[in-house]
Design a protein around this ligand. Structure first.
Ligand SMILES: [Zn+2]
Length: 313
């Protein structure tokens, strides 16, 4: 039987995939378009992107369902298609692996608003939306559910509980941090620091503690976040930083860290205690291929060190 993701991640470092949103744009998705609907309308385009990540050596692929809860889909008139879109998302990610037994991680992004009393959304409506999406992902065969790009503990908790209610075999909570204006530290938009987030996730039953996206969170900042997570939790850690900062070049948004630059941060992340490494906005299959090489080299060195009786890293 296939190991649970959280168990496999403890045994050896795993590689996740790279960006989906920016890749969909490159494939022709219009700004503000419903990328999740492509799971149904253009499954071959989504498959082509995810197959590139699988071919680059990713062990885990996130489903193209970031905005796949009812509240988000409703903005595109697709609220009635939650189950269909999320099921298709899992099936495409599974197909991308071909004969390989990779991990399909069902992706749940933010619902896109603020909870009462700060905003208009009642907790029960957000909970119902997340449970509905998580159920669709798990019933379609997702190995794990990630609740990602989270900035508030309240929404994170609803997401974790929804994944549990849906019966997810592995629950990943992932926060988006922003570097503060003075550059001294980072926290989420809602003021949550990494130690608090990790403690909270552990208390609420997450199996893997993660971070993704954010502003100014390069590989070195991600490494600092991993070290800070490690002060409060022994759970496996997952990191998906952006490929640097977005810049406008010839009216197109490009991210400024090419694979050869970003890959230099991979081994330091592993040495800091990261168990799953992937990348977020702006990253490409070339980034993930470079990460594969770095992780394999790291494993080879570690293996030979162990063979001659030296302590493992
Ligand atoms: Zn991102």
């Amino acid at each position: 039987m296939k190991k649970r993701l959280q168990d496999a991640a403890r045994e050896r470092p795993l590689l996740a995939d790279g960006a989906m949103g920016t890749q969909l744009m490159l494939a022709g998705l219009e700004q503000g378009g419903c990328g999740e609907n492509w799971n149904v309308a253009h499954p071959e385009r989504v498959l082509a992107i995810q197959r590139k990540y699988a071919d680059a050596g990713a062990d885990c692929i996130l489903t193209n369902t970031f905005g796949g809860c009812r509240i988000m889909l409703n903005r595109h008139g697709n609220a009635g298609r939650v189950a269909e879109i999320n099921r298709a998302g899992v099936e495409i990610a599974r197909r991308a692996f071909g004969d390989r037994n990779g991990y399909v991680i069902g992706d749940i992004g933010p619902f896109g608003g603020l909870l009462q009393p700060y905003g208009d959304f009642a907790e029960e409506d957000v909970r119902a939306a997340f449970v509905e999406q998580a159920r669709a992902l798990v019933q379609a065969g997702a190995d794990a559910v990630i609740v990602e790009t989270q900035t508030s503990l309240e929404e994170l908790q609803i997401g974790i509980e929804a994944a549990r209610e849906a019966g997810a075999g592995c629950i990943i909570g992932s926060m988006a941090y922003d570097v503060t204006l003075d550059g001294s530290t980072f926290r989420t938009m809602m003021g949550i620091d990494p130690e608090r987030a990790a403690e909270f996730m552990q208390e609420h039953g997450a199996d893997i503690v993660a971070l993704n996206c954010g502003t100014g969170m390069d590989m070195e900042r991600a490494r600092q976040a991993v070290l800070r997570y490690r002060t409060v939790t022994d759970l496996p850690l997952m990191v998906q930083p952006n490929a640097g900062q977005p810049k406008l070049v010839n009216m197109k948004v490009v991210y400024d860290e090419p694979p050869e630059q970003m890959v230099t941060g991979v081994v330091p992340l592993l040495e800091a205690g990261a168990n799953i490494v992937g990348a977020c906005c702006g990253s490409t299959p070339d980034h993930i291929a470079a990460f594969r090489q770095a992780i394999d080299d790291f494993l080879r060195v570690r293996g030979s060190v162990q063979n001659i009786g030296e302590p493992a890293l």
